[in-house]
Design a protein around this ligand. Structure first.
Ligand SMILES: [Zn+2]
Length: 299
């Protein structure tokens, strides 16, 4: 059943069912809630381990990058089983390696956006007419229910980002790239920030697609140990490390996390090709990256 969900097109209901099943099957995998979306859909996660130091993995900020949901569910399922049975994963006894630590994996940060992309404006409830005013073809929908791009809504150079948006002709709710009226204006981004503020989160990884790249800096800031960890993740996956030149990226989750806490934050751009990446790519992407995913939680 879980396997079937992992290999089906990502959906809100699929994620909900998979997280429930994993938490039932593995006693040490606990389902937790991080917050709610604009349309009151749950942003849930699985927490493995009971250490106070938390490593957070988050996926699907952008609905068109929904293969990140499948990837994180697949990893979560594998990790939960191995943790539960004291088995090795990527050559590591994960139960021992996670002593003092917890892993929190939230595969779907933007549930409204995903459902709008899948079902069209009818999935947007009270915001249906707003979506229809922007587009009726939601195949490339990359924002939340209010037309805000979640990964442009964090408090890291939001004013600079705003100027960049306006230079591209984006002044309000849009299919992508609109950063919202102010940082954390959206419940999805605020929920993630609150989670980081209220817990001892020692590192985060945000999952996007595509490009086979890893980003690990913000605006010239490179937190202690970040370069070492990034090099290890890169050597296991073959993903390229990217140091942005000139105007760095702004407004993203890892940008905010690095700026706010000076702790390691990473963006993985999974896979290669054109978004949305096809489901058929899941196994090859997983094979290439799963060791890096394991090292990402223990380093
Ligand atoms: Zn993205």
């Amino acid at each position: 059943m879980i396997e079937k969900i992992i290999y089906s097109p990502a959906s809100y209901e699929g994620v909900d069912a998979a997280l429930k099943l994993i938490s039932v099957y593995c006693r040490s995998a606990k389902k937790i809630n991080i917050g709610k979306s604009v349309l009151n859909r749950k942003i849930d996660a699985i927490k493995i381990g009971d250490g106070e130091n938390i490593v957070l993995y988050a996926g699907c900020f952008h609905p068109i990058e929904d293969l990140t949901v499948n990837l994180l569910l697949k990893f979560l399922w594998e990790l939960s089983k191995k943790y539960e049975s004291f088995e090795h994963i990527a050559g590591i006894n994960i139960r021992n390696a996670l002593e003092g630590r917890s892993v929190v994996i939230a595969p779907l940060i933007n549930p409204d956006g995903l459902e709008i992309r899948r079902e069209g404006p009818s999935a947007a409830g009270n915001y249906r007419s707003l979506i229809e005013g922007i587009t009726n073809d939601t195949f490339y929908w990359n924002a939340n229910a209010r037309g805000v791009d979640i990964n442009h809504n964090f408090d890291a150079g939001h004013d600079i980002l705003k100027k960049m948006e306006e230079a591209e002709g984006i002044f309000g709710p849009a299919i992508k790239k609109y950063g919202g009226p102010y940082p954390e204006s959206e419940p999805e981004s605020r929920a993630l920030c609150d989670f980081c503020r209220n817990n001892n989160v020692i590192s985060v990884s945000a999952f996007h697609s595509q490009g086979e790249e890893i980003y690990y800096t913000y605006n010239g800031d490179i937190p202690y140990r970040s370069t070492l960890i990034a090099k290890i993740l890169s050597s296991f996956s073959g993903y390229k490390l990217i140091l942005p030149e000139g105007t760095a990226s702004h407004g993203g989750f890892k940008d905010w996390f690095i700026k706010e806490f000076s702790r390691p934050g990473f963006t993985f751009e999974i896979g290669k090709g054109e978004n949305p990446l096809p489901l058929e790519d899941l196994d090859s992407i997983y094979l290439k990256i799963y060791e890096a995913l394991v090292y990402g939680i223990i380093l």
